[in-house]
Design a protein around this ligand. Structure first.
Ligand SMILES: Nc1ncnc2c1ncn2[C@@H]1O[C@H](COP(=O)(O)OP(=O)(O)OP(=O)(O)O)[C@@H](O)[C@H]1O
Ligand SMILES: [Mg+2]
Length: 266
């Protein structure tokens, strides 16, 4: 049964998509069966892995209208055979208006994921930077939420909005949702600010704070333009190493009572 994890933070540009693509690839290369659901109309997770919609041109937008199942909309990533992607569509921008007040509209993804949870070990959902219907669907379908925080002065800004959304979801349609953890992205160990933010996060989140922090690394920002995940584009970079470490830490958190397949350092 797949662990379903929404990668979410309502603040924009904090590294959600970079994390979704990098983690999904690391976990898949280590032998896990992984599905990445691209829930951002920008479609950066799909394009970052070079994944196109299936031959019928179907994607998660069509899933919302029952024209295709999530399973039918999947496409395998070209470089990693155990990594599947449910591609996004620009049309998702208007999903909120189009679905109006349709009953159960927050639980469409959940019902689709239920049908294929046995096929995967991990289902990761890359959320858009908003608290709209797409994020509600992601949080409705997920057991866990993984929160990237950018190591900058306003790191915690917007987090209270996310916490309110999580509470709302728990109280209304997904009582099982829990925070898997928070971690820092774009960390720069040379700056005092990064260290201050790290201390603040540790105090605020205690054991929910991951030990791994993702450094600022230009290779991570270059990789998407080559349609490659960091572990294939620049496997020796500090960015690739950090996402490998994050994958190991995450896998160990979720498979605490069994030996993680993922080997540290490499
Ligand atoms: N650790 C990093 N080092 C350097 N650049 C990074 C790092 N992480 C992300 N970036 C770059 O920062 C930008 C924002 O990252 P990303 O798209 O992953 O954020 P996001 O939270 O998904 O954004 P959005 O809210 O718009 O969906 C991108 O150009 C990405 O390549
Ligand atoms: Mg994104």
């Amino acid at each position: 049964m797949a662990h379903v994890i929404a990668i979410s933070n309502q603040k924009g540009g904090v590294g959600k998509t970079t994390t979704a693509v990098s983690l999904a690839s690391e976990l898949a290369i280590a032998g896990r069966r992984v599905l990445l659901v691209d829930f951002d109309p920008q479609g950066n997770a799909s394009s970052g892995l070079g994944v196109e919609p299936n031959s019928e041109g179907q994607d998660v937008y069509d899933m919302f209208f029952g024209e295709v199942t999530l399973q039918e909309a999947l496409n395998v990533s070209p470089m990693i055979s155990s990594l599947y992607v449910a591609p996004s569509s620009k049309d998702l921008v208007s999903i909120e208006l189009e679905l109006g007040k349709t009953p159960g509209r927050e639980l469409i993804l959940k019902s689709q994921i239920k049908l294929l949870r046995d096929r995967f070990d991990y289902i990761l959902i890359d959320c858009p930077p908003s608290s709209g219907l797409l994020t509600l669907n992601a949080l409705g379908a997920a057991e866990h939420i993984l929160i990237p925080l950018q190591a900058e002065y306003y790191a915690l800004e917007g987090l209270s909005a996310l916490m309110q959304t999580i509470e709302f979801v728990k109280q209304t349609f997904n009582p099982n949702l829990n925070i898997l953890g928070v971690f820092l992205t774009m960390y720069d160990s040379r700056t005092k600010l990064s260290q201050q933010v790290e201390d603040e996060i540790k105090t605020h989140f205690n054991e929910l704070a991951f030990k791994t922090r993702i450094p600022r690394n230009v290779r991570l920002s270059e990789a998407p333009s080559h349609s490659l995940p960091i572990c294939l584009y620049a496997p020796d970079s500090i960015g690739a190493q950090a996402y490998h470490d994050l994958a190991v830490e995450l896998d160990q958190r979720l498979y605490a009572n069994s030996n993680s397949n993922l080997v540290a350092n490499g």
